[in-house]
Design a protein around this ligand. Structure first.
Ligand SMILES: NC(=O)C1=CN([C@@H]2O[C@H](COP(=O)(O)OP(=O)(O)OC[C@H]3O[C@@H](n4cnc5c(N)ncnc54)[C@H](O)[C@@H]3O)[C@@H](O)[C@H]2O)C=CC1
Ligand SMILES: CC(=O)C(=O)O
Ligand SMILES: [Mg+2]
Length: 371
């Protein structure tokens, strides 16, 4: 199969969908790999690294979109990329369709088959292709939030760890999954007083067993969320209902009860965000203020550390990429229900119920798509 990897074109996105090590394995499986010239540079991989791995270098993204049967990427295809996607082509990347009707319309119109990293599952109920980037974004969140808390950056002027005689920042993490756990660990490591809320008691038990007194846990209700958010210096939004639009846990009215200059870091922004006042921002201009509350809402946070992120993502995607290339998407998805869970679009139809519900569109099941 001919597999293409174009350079990412989202602003300040320096990750790349295929590492040279992954390219080497794909080539060893008998496939042809086409990588856009310069695609890996932002992550520290040269064209020579790819050619040494057996890949060919394409001068333009257009050549890749025109020739490749399978396109592997990182971010959701941008409008100029969607215009080049064609019927029968297979796209393997993050999509985050629930909050994105424009992208959804274009993918449906293309006739392509699109597998979203973020809805591929594993046998333990996890999301193996979201997890590595959630680990990165979770670890980055307190770091970005701490920057936004600084007075010169518009924040409240509170130091995460405090100093002797002065208490630490109060950090509240909404959602104790992968992002939330990594965010809580780092924030606690910076010396902050951290509380994690989740609506899953089994999850809170796991966190308590694993981390002891490093951070506190609370069951998530409207009341507990309101109470903790109003006392927080930093709130990290890390909830997820897979495929679906994020639930809004803090309303615009809720901002009035918060401390002036407090920071909201909405990691869940790629699913629409869990604060009513969130809108996606970019690394170029990451923070804006509503009613005196700082909002950091970058939808591709791992793009800030592209070397670490590309390596972590590549480790997770490779087995699935090999299955898709070796068997074709139909057989690979028929044999593996977890990969099948990633199927979001096929031949003009949505194949993910949560995405369809969020967009009020009809869907078929992945099994119907395979029939
Ligand atoms: N902005 C960015 O660059 C990135 C964003 N993300 C996003 O971060 C979000 C979280 O991802 P993960 O941690 O991997 O998901 P996860 O599935 O590991 O964790 C989500 C947690 O939220 C909890 N939850 C759901 N509804 C809740 C509610 N109403 N109140 C409290 N807890 C609730 C769930 O029980 C679960 O424990 C996703 O939207 C993901 O796409 C992930 C990576 C990068
Ligand atoms: C998960 C995601 O959206 C990202 O890594 O950019
Ligand atoms: Mg994202």
């Amino acid at each position: 199969m001919k597999i293409g990897c174009p350079a990412e074109i989202k602003p300040q996105e320096y990750r790349v969908g295929l590492t040279p090590h992954a390219a080497r394995e794909v080539v060893a499986h008998g496939h042809q790999v086409l990588v856009q010239a310069g695609a890996g540079l932002g992550a520290g991989f040269t064209d020579e690294d790819y050619t040494a791995a057996g890949a060919q270098i394409a001068d333009s993204a257009a050549q890749i979109w025109a020739e490749a049967e399978l396109i592997v990427k990182v971010k959701e295809p941008q409008a100029p990329e969607r215009a080049q996607l064609s019927e029968g082509q297979l796209l393997f990347t993050y999509l985050h369709l629930a909050p994105d009707p424009d992208q959804t319309r274009d993918l449906l119109a293309s006739g392509a088959t699109c597998i979203a990293y973020e809805t591929v599952t594993d046998a333990r109920g996890g999301l193996p292709l979201l997890a590595p980037m959630s680990e990165v974004a979770g670890r980055l969140a307190p770091q970005m939030g701490a920057w936004a808390l600084q007075k010169a950056n518009g924040g409240r002027g509170v130091l995460m760890g405090g100093v002797p005689g002065v208490g630490p920042a109060q950090v509240v993490v909404l959602g104790g999954g992968v992002v939330g756990t990594h965010a809580a660990r780092i924030a606690a490591g910076m010396g902050a007083d951290v509380t994690v809320l989740d609506r899953s008691l089994p999850r809170l038990r796991q966190l308590d067993e694993a981390f002891g007194s490093l951070f506190k846990t609370r069951y998530s209700t409207e009341g507990s969320t309101t109470e903790l958010v109003s006392g927080a210096d930093m709130v990290i939004g890390a909830v997820l209902i897979p495929g679906a639009a994020a639930p809004k846990l803090v309303t615009r009215d809720g901002l009035r009860d918060m401390k002036p200059g407090a920071v909201l870091v909405d990691v869940a922004i790629d699913q629409g965000g869990c604060f009513e006042t969130s809108r996606a921002t970019t690394h170029d201009d990451p923070v804006y203020t509503v009613d005196g509350i700082q909002h950091y809402c970058v939808a591709n946070m791992p793009g800030a550390v592209p070397r670490s992120s590309t390596l972590a993502l590549g480790n997770a995607t490779l087995p699935f990429l090999l299955a898709l290339a070796d068997k074709g998407w139909r057989t690979a998805c028929a044999e593996d229900p977890h990969l099948r869970g990633g199927l979001n679009v096929h031949a003009g139809q949505l194949t993910n119920g949560a995405v369809a519900a969020a967009l009020s569109l009809p869907a078929i099941t992945p099994e119907e798509a395979l029939a």
